[in-house]
Design a protein around this ligand. Structure first.
Ligand code: FE
Ligand code: CA
Length: 535
């Protein structure tokens, strides 16, 4: 194995509070004289153009939004081309009400610290609700592209329509992001990303389906901070991914591949357990550094608070979940397994007890028509028994491995009369439309919620693999109303007070970045009637 370059120190090794002080100055100008003790003076901005990874916004509220960028003149180098010793760099930001940036409504100066890969996370406040805004950054003489974003309606205010898209699973070497190029042409209020934003596996010298030369530092699996950083930089170098970040605010959560395949809490799939939490800390930090997240999501060592809630007036509330960080060790093992007794033990959890209580309390308190659980792995049951002589077998990484935890949530939704619960899901690289039940095996068990599992942006590429394998299972699982295993794309949802319409937007191929998209099928949920039906 080639000698690895020395890599940067983890955030857990430096003073996290310093960054809270540095970057929490909401809409305030932070001059040199105001830099906290320990940072005597800001470093010079780089001479070369540093906004190579574009701009992004996320976690919108009625009053503000997070603005993101990162200074990286040479993004595929471990230090982003900033030089190992360059300290914090001041970055000015502006928010305008017009695309020409002629009417500035908020502005300030933030700091891009080397300890956070010279990333910038500005939490803008004081904006008006339900409004489009434009923003840009400046470092020295360099000015970024102009981004577009949108605040949410005021809490509880009447909203006639919400349009969003959700996506997941964008393995860079599996194909091009034609799905994102087409998503950029949509009229959307927000984009929700449900995980597998990166894949940790080593990348071949010709970049898989992309067929481009990939430098040697991408050959091995990502385990350390610098390796995760350049992996995000590689993904974000894709122009189509950059453009959808520039055009819409995002609401993101992670799944497993941001750290390691099928990890569960502190239980790795293959990493020696003693090293796993250090690896998780590095992975979580790189995720934070590259996405438009609030300071409240900044990791503290191997821990990060990612579950959170965003509402759109009186129409919809999103509970964004983290089903990786706190989940139990898989009670019945990994892969395809029969159910074991431990899976029904009340201590098994997908969310951890604190997040579960937060979810149920939030659902109880919600006043919106639609209540969305934005999360990672499939909640609907998928019995694989067709391949096991009629004996029930489940994929243990999904909610099927944690049936007690699933039943607690669905039973609560049913008994408390939660209004229009809808689960949106990634992970499977396949499309499912599911009726959710407290007891999937009981035909008399009522439908209590609806699930849409979105296919991948690129993962699995154009291979025809999952359709032939999972398709024959569907007749044994009659609560599955639709399945497609081999088309790539995203899911577009249009919500009104009366109905929810889901359009499965599929691209023809991921072998090019410019493939056309079409609506392969559409489904509707009527207000008050759980379960989607063909439109
Ligand atoms: Fe995936
Ligand atoms: Ca996954």
């Amino acid at each position: 194995m080639a000698t690895r370059e020395p890599l940067p120190e983890l955030l857990s090794n430096i003073d996290r509070r310093r960054f809270l002080q540095l970057t929490a100055g909401v809409a305030a100008t932070l001059g040199l004289s105001q830099l906290p003790a320990g940072i005597a003076r800001a470093a010079r901005p780089p001479a070369a153009f540093p906004f190579t990874l574009g701009v992004a916004s996320g976690d919108p509220s009625a009053h503000g939004v997070v603005l993101w960028t990162r200074l990286a003149p040479r993004p595929l180098e471990f230090d982003g081309g900033m030089g190992r010793s360059r300290g914090p760099v001041e970055v000015d930001w502006q928010v305008a009400s017009d695309e020409a940036m002629s009417t500035i409504v908020a502005s300030g100066t933030s700091v891009a610290p080397s300890e956070l890969a010279h990333s910038v996370h500005v939490e803008v406040a004081g904006l008006q609700s339900s409004r489009e805004y434009f923003y840009r950054f400046r470092a020295g003489d360099h000015v970024s592209a102009i981004g577009r974003t949108k605040t949410t309606p005021a809490p509880g205010s009447p909203l006639e329509q919400l349009r969003f898209a959700f996506a997941s699973c964008q393995d860079w070497q599996a194909g091009f992001y034609s799905a994102y190029r087409r998503m950029a042409e949509e009229d959307l209020d927000v984009i929700v990303h449900l995980g597998d934003y990166i894949y940790e596996y080593g990348i071949g010298p010709t970049g898989g389906a992309r067929n481009v030369a990939v430098p040697a530092q991408f050959r091995t699996e990502t385990t350390r901070l610098g390796e995760y950083r350049i992996r995000y930089a590689l993904y974000r170098s894709d122009p189509d991914l950059q453009e959808v970040h520039r055009l819409f605010p995002w609401l993101v959560t992670w799944d497993d591949h941001e750290v390691e395949n099928d990890y569960a809490g502190d239980d790795p799939e293959s990493e020696p357990a003693a090293h796993f939490l250090a690896r998780r800390a590095a992975a979580y930090q790189a995720y934070y550094e590259h996405l438009p997240l609030r300071l409240s999501s900044m990791p503290n060592g191997p821990n990060a608070l990612l579950y959170r809630r965003v509402a759109f007036g009186d129409l919809a509330e999103f509970s964004v979940l983290d089903t990786r960080q706190y989940r139990s060790d898989p009670p019945c093992g990994r892969g395809e397994q029969p159910r074991c007794a431990l899976a029904l033990d009340p201590v098994t959890t997908m969310t951890g007890p604190a997040q579960e209580q937060w979810l149920l309390d939030g659902l109880d308190a919600s006043g919106t028509t639609w209540n969305v659980m934005a999360q990672q792995v499939m909640m609907g049951e998928l019995d694989h028994k067709i391949y096991y002589d009629g004996n029930t077998v489940y994929w243990q990484d999904a909610w099927d491995g944690f049936p007690a935890a699933r039943a607690r949530i669905l039973d609560h939704v049913a008994t408390q009369g939660i209004r229009n619960p809808v689960v949106i899901t990634g992970d499977w690289h396949s499309t499912f439309v599911n009726d959710l039940k407290v007891d999937f095996k009981d035909p008399a068990s009522p439908v209590v919620a609806t699930e849409f599992v979105g296919t991948s942006i690129s993962s699995n590429g154009d291979a025809i693999v999952y359709g032939p394998y999972y398709g024959p299972m569907v007749p044994d699982n009659p609560h599955i109303k639709f399945f497609d295993g081999d088309r790539r794309g995203y899911v577009r949802c249009t919500l009104t007070p009366d109905s929810w319409t889901t359009d499965l937007r599929m691209v023809s191929t991921v072998s090019t970045s410019d493939a056309p998209v079409s609506t392969f099928a559409s489904f509707v949920i009527q207000n008050g009637v759980p379960g989607a039906v063909p439109a």
